[in-house]
Design a protein around this ligand. Structure first.
Ligand SMILES: Nc1ncnc2c1ncn2[C@@H]1O[C@H](COP(=O)(O)OP(=O)(O)OP(=O)(O)O)[C@@H](O)[C@H]1O
Ligand SMILES: O=C(O)C1=C[C@@H](O)[C@@H](O)[C@H](O)C1
Ligand SMILES: [Mg+2]
Length: 197
């Protein structure tokens, strides 16, 4: 009997989260490998609202890969373009927006996100992140002699800033579906606390 009831409970959580969100965007932030793209897309499906990944959108508008953008124009230009793209995307809510790892660290972009949506930090430990990112080598910031140490330095610098997000959801070695449930529950809880902005 419990199994038969489970899908009803799951769909009502998504409905509650969707109602709590209203016209606002749900914006995923966090370090490379935290799961912003993959979990963001699944959360958007659960909420039946559009999903957009800012790295993908930047690559689309520039017709270049992120690695090419960094190589040709440098990080400051990339951050300026990222801020413009995010500003535009935030204006079309409700959406789930998964940002690149450095977006929320940029003061201008963080201010835009705080104004334009509910932010969710997917927080993960170094070993979990490393396990996920070391399988591919397309991330320009990790093209260093010791990429794991670079990732750790980024964590030390960025975690206090990601902590400014409205919600923090721990992204450990749990199933992706569990992550989706945890995110939806956090959105509902935020609204229940009356802090849903
Ligand atoms: N909970 C999870 N369980 C298993 N694998 C996961 C989980 N979350 C993410 N992954 C995997 O980790 C990898 C990195 O995830 P993803 O690309 O979503 O990270 P990201 O936060 O978007 O990183 P980036 O900032 O580089 O875009 C992917 O292969 C994804 O399938
Ligand atoms: O953490 C970062 O600063 C980055 C993460 C990626 O998502 C890309 O946005 C880019 O590689 C920079
Ligand atoms: Mg991503």
């Amino acid at each position: 009997m419990t199994d038969l009831l489970a899908p009803v409970a799951a769909s009502s959580l998504a409905e509650q989260a969707r109602a709590a969100l209203g016209k606002r965007n749900l914006v995923f932030v966090g370090l490379m490998g935290a799961g912003k793209s993959v979990i963001g897309k699944m959360v958007a499906q659960a909420l039946s609202i559009p999903f957009v990944d800012t790295d993908g959108e930047i690559e689309k508008v520039s017709r270049m890969t992120i690695a090419e953008l960094f190589a040709s124009y440098g990080e400051p230009e990339f951050r300026a373009l990222e801020a413009r793209v995010i500003d535009r995307l935030l204006k079309g809510g409700p959406r789930v927006i998964s940002t690149g790892g450095g977006a929320f660290i940029n003061d201008n972009t963080r201010r835009l996100i705080k104004q334009g949506g509910i932010s969710v930090w997917l927080k993960a430990d170094l070993d979990v992140l490393w396990e996920r990112v070391n399988k591919r080598d397309h991330r320009p910031l990790l093209k260093t002699e010791n990429p794991k140490a670079t990732l750790e330095n980024l964590m030390n610098h960025r975690y206090p800033i990601y902590a400014e997000a409205d919600l923090t959801v721990y992204s450990g070695n749990v199933r992706k579906e569990t992550m989706v449930t945890n995110v939806l529950s956090a959105v509902v809880e935020l609204a229940e606390k009356g802090q849903g902005k």
